[in-house]
Structures are given as structure tokens and as C-alpha cells.
Design a protein around this ligand. Structure first.
Ligand SMILES: [Zn+2]
Length: 75
């Protein structure tokens, strides 16, 4: 029979690995969604304003979706 503490450690390690993978997925810079030369927000499909793109050329979300995304990440 498996030692319950070993099993707990295995489970903890497994969830740490999952969390790390999720972290890497969350923090990998997603590719921009460009339709007809317009960079669209990957969350809401609205065009990202040119001034935002000028400030953050690799941004993939509009300001409101990015704000929501950052709030979700902090939870
Ligand atoms: Zn958006």
C-alpha cells in the first residue's frame, strides 16, 4: 500500500507542475491576431487602437481585455 504522505507529495508535485505549465502558457506571448492588416484583440476581436499599438507593438489585447486579463491573473 502506498504511504499516504508519499501520495500527498506526489499529488502536490503534480499540481505544481500543472501550475508551472499553466504559468508558462499564460505568460507566453500569444501571437497577434491580424485581420486585413488590423491588429485585433484576441479576446473581444475589436481592433486595437493605433496609439496602444504604438506604445506596445506586441500587445494582443485591447485595454479593457488586458485589464481584465491582469485582474484574472492576480487571483
Ligand atoms: Zn478586447
Amino acid at each position: 500500500m502506498t504511504d499516504p504522505i508519499d501520495r500527498a507529495n506526489d499529488t502536490a508535485q503534480f499540481s505544481n507542475e500543472l501550475a508551472l505549465q499553466q504559468h508558462l502558457i499564460d505568460h507566453a506571448l500569444p501571437a497577434q491576431q491580424i485581420v486585413d492588416g488590423v491588429v485585433e484583440c484576441i479576446d473581444c476581436d475589436d481592433a486595437i487602437p493605433a496609439d496602444r499599438l504604438a506604445a506596445l507593438p506586441k500587445c494582443v489585447r485591447c485595454i479593457s481585455c488586458q485589464t481584465m486579463h491582469e485582474i484574472r491573473e492576480r487571483q
